[in-house]
Design a binder for this molecule. Structure first.
Ligand SMILES: Cc1ncc(COP(=O)(O)O)c(C=O)c1O
Length: 402
């Protein structure tokens, strides 16, 4: 019997590396084997990985809590009420929009599960989900897991990977149910402007669509750019689910705390299914997240660090003939065009062997990711290590060209 024949189509094609090797960063053994070989992991969007980086006040609070012996109990599946107050306050500070913390926020175990949960109530077999290309690989897979179809819409390369609104308009069909955005965008780092989000929201409203917007990288924006939550634009609140996380900007990925912000008519359904789908987020982690939210001053140093790292990578990588990258607008990532040098999969593999650096092939980030590599500049606790890794990449790319 082939048990996969009994599975939903969207799941039957998945491979986790048990029966054949996979090169995905998130499963399989290839990445842990690389780490054992001393390869610098610039493929894992995890600030300062693998070095210790918990802020001291958060670490102290977590130790105290653990010693209290009370952390072995459940928190309500919809999340810790005090933590929700912290997130609602931050939302108000950023958007000037008042939330009801206990009605408009649900805590999730990280934003990956939050993203899928945000889509689950809406996507039925055959529904189409519009996804900008390139974007986060899960955005292409999640609609398919739910029985829907991903429709990718290319971002405008010439315009720094901002929206091509005509392409969005042309992609809408009677089957379109949702627009799935990542803002700021992973991997391109684009921070979508108020104007382009407003234009897109008009299309979304005109065609009566739902919007899921992943804001996992909203904390790390450079050069004074404005971070606009599409949920706050006219007519969007009642049709938008915003998915957030403490993993990236706050560098607390291992805590597994994320949250969804939405109107109470949507949230009533998410609360109703929380125990079935999410279970509950870890009690200790939510309490430690409160400690982090109460003193976010550590994040100032992170943004300065990421700023210095992006400038270093921008200068060094653009000096390599045949290689181009734009200055990152946000995040600790960079998106590098190597298409003049050859196939991106081959180059990624070459860099593991010749530069001892693992990065991501652009192909899983959407059809237009072909010819690109993604580097996580925020990995490594020490800047010197990160710079040395970029230097090795540059020198290997020079040789690859020869
Ligand atoms: C754009 C984006 N969204 C969401 C996630 C998931 O993050 P987490 O589940 O740690 O919140 C990631 C992780 O890489 C990401 O890059």
């Amino acid at each position: 019997m082939d048990i996969r024949n009994k599975m939903r189509k969207g799941f039957a094609g998945l491979q986790g590396g048990l029966f054949s090797s996979v090169t995905k960063a998130d499963v399989g053994s290839s990445f842990s084997q690389m780490q054992e070989r001393g390869v610098t992991m610039m493929s894992w969007a995890d600030p300062f990985f693998p070095d210790p980086s918990t802020p001291p006040h958060v670490l102290r609070k977590a130790m105290e809590l653990l010693e209290s012996g009370c952390m072995s109990h459940y928190t309500m599946p919809i999340g810790n009420a005090k933590l929700k107050e912290c997130f609602a306050k931050q939302w108000k500070d950023r958007t000037h929009m008042e939330l009801d913390a206990q009605r408009n926020i649900i805590i999730t175990p990280g934003s990956d599960s939050g993203l899928l949960y945000a889509m689950m109530p809406f996507i039925e077999p055959g529904d189409e989900v519009i996804v900008p290309d390139p974007s986060y690989p899960s955005n292409f897979l999640n609609p398919v897991l739910l029985g829907g179809k991903t429709v990718s819409v290319p971002l405008c390369r010439e315009n720094g990977f901002h929206f091509d609104l005509n392409a969005f308009a042309q992609a809408i069909t009677p089957r379109t149910k949702m627009v799935l955005l990542t803002n700021p965008n992973n991997p391109t780092t684009t921070v979508f402007t108020r104007q382009e989000l407003t234009e897109l929201s008009k299309l979304i409203i005109e065609h009566d669509l739902v919007c899921v917007c992943d804001q996992a990288f909203e904390d790390s924006i450079f050069d004074g750019r404005e971070m606009v939550s599409i949920a706050t634009l006219p007519g969007m609140w009642e049709r938008t689910l915003t998915v957030c996380s403490i993993s990236k900007g706050m560098g607390l990925s291992g805590f597994r705390v994320g949250y969804i912000v939405a109107d109470d008519h949507i949230m009533d359904v998410l609360f109703g299914g929380a125990v079935n789908v999410l279970g509950a987020t870890g009690t200790l982690q939510q309490e430690a997240a409160i400690a982090a939210m109460e003193d976010l001053s550590f994040m100032d140093g992170y943004i300065q660090e990421y700023d210095a790292r992006r400038k270093y990578a921008y200068q060094k990588l653009n000096e390599v003939p045949g290689v181009q990258m734009l200055m990152p607008e946000s995040t600790f990532l960079c998106w590098v065009n190597v298409s003049e040098l050859g196939d991106s999969t081959e180059i990624m593999q070459y860099l593991v062997e010749h530069a001892l650096v693992a990065c991501n092939d652009g192909k899983p980030y959407g059809p237009s990711g072909n010819g690109y590599l993604r580097f996580v500049l925020g990995s490594c606790g020490s800047r010197a290590m990160m710079e040395a890794a970029i230097d090795r990449v540059c020198s290997a790319l020079h040789d690859f060209r020869r």
